[in-house]
Design a protein around this ligand. Structure first.
Ligand code: NAG
Ligand code: NAG
Ligand code: NAG
Ligand code: NAG
Ligand code: NAG
Ligand code: NAG
Length: 421
């Protein structure tokens, strides 16, 4: 009985950790799709596609794709590609079997918040003579594109079909302002992250952010409530260098839209990282909920404030406390978040803030003993930990480690199930 519950949890963690398909691999089989494929990787849409199920990718060959893509910036190409990822499963049979001969289907573009009305959907219509036409769902659009051939089907997870020409929706090719022109401070303030915005401004970090925003930048901005929460250290008691490290820990010099966070296998390095495994973050996923783990605390991603290639800004529920600054040596209560196995014990680590006169803060208000209430992503990984014979190896984990533990335990159940029945 207990086995059943555990099995269920294991399956949930498996589903979270495994992506059943790899669009990059699928498209790599045909060089005619190399440009479409390269751009899926560059815009990180490949991660988004791999993290979803029941999806259809309308692929274009190089000639059809480059006719549009070559003339537009990456942010526009990303919107174009997003409109070619349909959030439903259409194979050859279903395409020719559409009830009433016409349907509208939502695409990834609709989920970006850039699409008004029907602009993020495509119209799929059975045309005379067995042809299937594709066009924007926006009123008055033409069905300029037709079904060419089926490329790959993994029912009912992913279908890849080739269409003859790009689907263009009204406004799709209008470039958003370049991310270098985005006023990050103003966006943060508007998103309810005023405290973070002012700290980042007063410590000069905003200059780093603005200058990397067109090269790849992801900001995890704690909202104003997060700074008032119990367990958040009194910043006025930290050295300037520690405050800067703490703030730097809230951003990564990489473009990480949500699909990439969900599929990331490796820890995420931050602006505070100063060596392998230092000041990095790990990610866990539970359905649509994404949680960041520091080794000391966890924080849910609350909202996407901006996703404009190559800049992403998220608001997060809690201040991220790096273990390099805030881990307490032997904690009386069992630590809810074991430190990742490969990183050395933070107490042994040389202070990354060597220029700071003060060593580690002597005693920051105890965040380590606190269990973050209701962090949903913890459930499956906690179950996986329990099921492993020695807790030591699992610890807090990257996806593949969870997977290994889960798969091992899972096959154990299958075997014992065989013997029991
Ligand atoms: C479809 O996806 C699910 C969940 O990721 C997976 O368990 C299943 O094996 C996939 N189906 C195929 C045919 O790959
Ligand atoms: C998908 O396949 C590509 C190319 O084989 C590989 O580089 C990438 O890591 C794979 N992605 C995932 C999520 O496994
Ligand atoms: C690539 O496209 C050309 C022209 O449409 C076609 O003849 C060829 O078979 C395609 N290559 C593959 C590997 O399908
Ligand atoms: C098909 O068309 C009929 C008549 O126009 C309509 O009543 C029905 O709702 C349509 N079915 C679907 C699935 O759109
Ligand atoms: C799809 O487009 C065609 C041609 O413009 C139109 O006749 C049809 O009503 C559209 N389908 C839907 C479901 O709106
Ligand atoms: C950005 O916005 C902030 C707050 O709204 C404002 O004080 C600042 O002057 C703006 N910066 C630029 C360069 O426009």
């Amino acid at each position: 009985m207990a086995h059943h519950n555990l099995l269920l949890l294991l399956l949930i963690s498996l589903a979270a950790a495994v992506s059943a398909h790899n669009i990059t691999d699928i498209l790599a089989a045909d060089p005619n799709y190399s440009q479409f494929n390269n751009y899926l990787s560059e815009t990180k849409l490949a991660d988004e596609i791999n993290s979803r199920q029941t999806i259809t990718v309308l692929v274009l060959n190089n000639a059809a794709f480059s006719a549009v893509a070559d003339h537009h910036p990456l942010s526009v190409v990303k919107n174009l590609l997003s409109l070619h990822v349909v959030l439903d499963y259409f194979d050859n049979k279903k395409l020719h079997d559409i009830s009433n001969g016409t349907t509208l289907s939502t695409t990834l573009y609709q989920t970006t918040g850039n699409a008004q009305g029907n602009v993020g959907s495509v119209n799929i219509t059975d045309l005379k003579g067995g042809k299937v036409g594709f066009g924007s769902a926006a009123p008055g659009s033409k069905l300029d594109s037709t079904y060419t051939k089926s490329v790959k089907q993994i029912p009912y997870n992913i279908s890849v079909i080739e269409i003859s020409a790009p689907i263009i929706a009204p406004g799709l090719l209008t470039a958003p302002p370049p991310s270098a022109d985005v006023n990050i401070t103003a966006l943060l303030e508007k998103a309810g992250c005023k405290t973070f915005a002012s700290l980042v401004a007063s410590n000069g970090l905003i200059k780093t952010f603005q200058s990397t925003s067109d090269k790849g930048l992801t900001i995890f901005a704690p909202n104003d409530e997060a700074f008032k929460a119990r367990g958040v250290p009194d910043l006025s008691k930290l050295s300037n260098a520690d405050v800067v490290s703490l703030l730097q820990y809230h951003a990564s010099p990489k473009y990480l839209p949500v699909g990439s966070l969900k599929t990331s296998k490796d820890p995420i390095s931050t602006f505070a990282s100063n060596g392998a495994g230092k000041f990095d973050l790990t990610v866990s996923v539970n359905g649509d909920s994404v949680t960041l783990h520091t080794g000391v605390d966890t924080s849910r991603i609350a909202d996407t404030v901006l996703d404009s290639t190559p800049l992403t800004i998220y608001s997060v529920d809690s201040v991220l406390l790096p273990s390099e600054l805030f881990a307490k040596s032997p904690s009386p209560a069992p630590a809810p978040e074991p430190v990742r196995a490969p990183s050395p014990s933070p107490a042994d680590a040389p202070s990354p803030l060597s220029e700071a006169p003060s060593p580690f803060p002597a005693s920051p208000p105890a965040p380590a003993g606190e269990t973050p209430a209701g962090a949903p992503a913890d459930a499956p990984s906690a179950a996986a930990e329990k099921s492993s014979p020695g807790k030591s190896a699992g610890g807090h984990v990257t996806g593949s480690a969870v997977l290994t533990v889960a798969v091992t335990a899972f096959s154990g159940f299958v075997i014992s199930g065989v013997f029991m029945s």
